[in-house]
Design a protein around this ligand. Structure first.
Ligand code: IMP
Length: 435
């Protein structure tokens, strides 16, 4: 067994990574995140209760577990506090949280800018893109700035002055009118003292919860030398990766496995890469989606699969499984194994098509294309499978799955050359089949 595990999404996010991570957590000493921010949405069901987490690692629901928010995650302290207080009230906040001191903070102006410019992409409006823009533009505010009150005030003042110029210009570029501009000027969101007060309050609350701010590479190296086993959970999915996803309809981070190293400063030497794939495909936000079903069948998948965004509540677009995407995911992530989730959602379908490749003007395309203009035009080539049409949520042994369900699983494995080691057959923690 490898010392460390990274769990990544192989599609457009929402593959059910939270549940997979939760399943494996008891085998590890630390659970961490390495990218993304409050755009993520893990839904975990424990003893019938549903918990939604946007920023905290799912490991926070496991007693005494060391949980990490790594350096390339971006943190909105106000939402982090809300999330911790809600879990604490429910009595399930039982992990110990560490936050890297190089983490960039999501600030109010990032959310405003996302509200102005994120519409075209269909972002979550949580300030993700603008925060990463400021990070690479070398004007981010990081945790070590926040921990130094005087420096924090100075940095907030500088950024407020900058954003007071930038935001109206952005609004004009996006054809927003003067009344919206006036509202923006009046908003106390861009008052440095108010921002500093809110963020320092949040810091105090986090410290009361025992949150520690750490040097992430040093901390993980120390854990590794002490023989600790670590599990890292990717947020979003490969097709939302800023380089390897369906650019520009992507997020601003690296959800892929190699995001781990750049996102924590830790090179895990003995690492297993587990890709999570939903038994069909979904996406939120805009952009091409070759196997999308705009028919009643898509509606049926959405209703049975409860496909509504955990972060924004938006209905997810639904379609059949697309193996061209999975093959891309195998290479980009270097997948060692797969977890196939939500197989039970397919139980009610008479036939189940699987996209095996694409065609463009009669020519076969076997790879997921770099160009969105190509992706928009491809037609999926399907292979059809017979459905099993029986309830599989109680099944815990692979051999007891209906033959048609096993054929579906084995076809996926055979096509992409990676074993399916875990199968999700229901939303609960225990509703899985291990192979
Ligand atoms: P952003 O991450 O808010 O900038 O949004 C960029 C794109 O990524 C949009 O299409 C979002 O809907 C999508 N996105 C971001 N986070 C998630 C997620 O956790 N699941 C699914 N889609 C996501």
């Amino acid at each position: 067994m490898s010392a460390h595990l990274v769990v990544v999404g192989t599609q457009w996010g929402d593959e059910g990574k939270g549940k997979v991570v939760d399943h494996f957590t008891p085998e590890y000493d630390l659970v961490g995140r390495y990218q993304g921010g409050t755009n993520a949405g893990h839904t975990i069901v424990v003893q019938g209760e549903e918990y939604k987490m946007h920023l905290l690692p799912a490991g926070m629901l496991h007693k005494g577990m060391t949980c990490l928010i790594g350096d390339r995650v971006i943190v909105d302290p106000l939402i982090l506090v809300e999330e911790m207080e809600a879990l604490d009230e429910a009595g399930v906040l039982v992990g110990e949280l560490k936050i890297g001191n190089r983490v960039n903070l999501i600030m109010p102006w990032h959310k405003l800018r996302d509200g102005i410019a994120g519409g075209k992409i269909g972002t979550t409006k949580r300030g993700i893109g603008p925060t990463y823009t400021d990070l690479t533009n070398r004007r981010g505010i990081r945790v070590h700035d926040w921990l130094d009150e005087k420096r924090f005030l100075e940095r907030v003042e500088e950024e407020v002055a900058w954003n007071e110029e930038l935001i109206p210009a952005l609004m004009r570029l996006h054809d927003m009118d003067d009344s919206a501009l006036e509202e923006m000027y009046e908003s106390e969101v861009l008052e440095p003292d108010a921002v500093v007060a809110d963020y320092l309050d949040a810091l105090e609350t986090l410290q009361k919860f025992g949150v520690e701010f750490i040097d992430c590479p040093w901390f993980l190296d120390k854990q590794s030398r002490a023989g600790k086993r670590m599990l890292f959970e990717g947020a979003q999915g490969m097709l939302l990766d800023i380089v390897y996803g369906s650019y520009p309809y992507v997020t601003s981070s690296h959800p892929i496995a190699s995001g781990l190293q750049v996102g924590t400063g830790f090179r895990a030497r003995d690492l297993k890469v587990l890709g999570v794939v939903k038994a069909y495909t979904t996406r939120v936000g805009h952009g091409p989606f070759p196997t999308e079903l705009t028919s009643e069948t898509g509606e049926k998948l959405r209703e049975i699969g409860k496909e509504y965004g955990a972060t924004t509540g938006r209905p997810r677009r639904c379609g059949w499984l697309d193996l061209a995407i999975l093959k891309h995911a195998v290479r980009v992530n270097g997948l060692d194994a797969l977890a196939l989730t939500k197989l039970d959602i397919l139980s009610e379908f008479e036939t189940i098509p699987v996209g095996v490749s694409y065609e463009l003007s009669g020519k076969a395309i076997s790879e997921f294309p770099a160009s969105l203009q190509v992706l928009e035009k491809v037609e999926p080539v399907y292979e059809e499978f017979a459905g099993w049409q029986e309830d599989i949520t109680g099944v815990r042994e692979y051999a007891k799955l209906p033959k048609a369900a096993r054929e579906y699983v084995e076809f996926v494995e055979e096509q992409i050359g990676v074993p399916v080691e875990l199968i999700g057959v229901g939303p609960g923690r225990e509703e899985v089949i291990e192979r």
